[in-house]
Design a protein around this ligand. Structure first.
Ligand code: ZN
Length: 291
């Protein structure tokens, strides 16, 4: 049975049980990435699960007056950030902190972890961030070495990636609902492999890493790729994956994103792992625009 069939059965069960869909909000509007092209893909991936009604809040463009940007975060079960741009107004920041602390779900997608280097509570939520002149004051580097996650406080910049390439993602915690049932290793489609992120890294569990090979311009370290965090009563899923469309077409990205958003929203994952999930040696992609 294929993924499509499983999704259809999932939708039927959901409908039969009469469960209400969860409300998801994607925030975009500024990014050094093509948010106009990636937000519709993220929205579609969430809608394909049958679990979410999805809205989008688009901030004013860079340099414009931000004072009226104030999404009603608390009206949603989960907020997905596809935003990397100007600071939000203080009242919007405070509302977002209160939303997550009070039990709201938050999903950090790719360059959203570049955002807001000066906003301390945002960095507590994302655990690790990059660029934006972050350095040792932002917190340690976090890597997987000799069987465990280690933090390293040496001086240095934060945020880097080598040449985009296919790479193997390695699950480091298979007990978490997001990663339960996934192959321990799987090949990811061509993407940026973020390295050298720094941050407070508190209340954070690294679910998956990838080896950043020096031959592709990387660090020679196993770098964090998927993380979960808690902030107050809130649940946070952080995926560094998804630079652009080839990466978003990867079933490994799609499935971990869909499961991560569900977990952030509810604390559970009800979606089955599709049979055509990528293997330790083979990328599996689903062209955009198809179910
Ligand atoms: Zn990128």
């Amino acid at each position: 049975m294929g993924y499509r069939s499983l999704v259809l059965i999932g939708c039927f069960l959901l409908a039969a049980s009469g469960a209400a869909k969860r409300k998801a909000l994607i925030v975009d509007g500024q990014n050094n990435h093509k948010w106009q092209e990636t937000t519709p893909v993220l929205k579609r991936l969430l809608e394909q699960t049958g679990l979410f009604d999805v809205e989008v809040a688009t901030a004013p463009p860079k340099g414009a007056d931000m004072s009226a940007f104030h999404p009603d975060f608390k009206a949603f079960d989960v907020v997905v950030s596809n935003y990397n741009g100007d600071a939000w107004p203080a009242a919007t920041q405070a509302a977002f902190e209160a939303y997550v602390r009070g039990g709201g779900g938050f999903v950090v997608y790719h360059a959203a972890d570049n955002a807001f280097p000066e906003w301390a509570q945002y960095n507590e939520m994302i655990g690790l961030g990059g660029w934006g002149n972050r350095k040792e004051s932002a917190g340690p580097y976090v890597r997987y070495r000799e069987g465990k996650i280690v933090a390293e406080n040496k001086p240095g910049p934060s945020g880097h990636h080598g040449k985009a390439h296919e790479f193997r993602v390695e699950i480091r915690d298979s007990a978490h609902p997001i990663t339960a049932g996934l192959p321990r290793q799987w090949m990811h489609a061509q993407d940026e492999l973020y390295d050298s992120l720094r941050g407070p890294a508190r209340n954070m569990t690294v679910l998956a890493t990838a080896f950043s090979d020096t031959s592709t311009g990387g660090t020679g370290e196993h770098e964090p790729i998927l993380m979960v965090l808690s902030y107050g009563k809130g649940r946070i899923f952080h995926t560094t994956l998804g630079h652009y469309l080839p990466a978003l077409e990867c079933l490994g990205f799609a499935v971990t994103f869909q499961r991560g958003v569900e977990w952030a929203a509810t604390g559970q994952v009800t979606q089955p792992v599709p049979e055509d999930f990528p293997t330790p040696t083979g990328v599996r992609s689903r062209p955009l625009g198809r179910d």
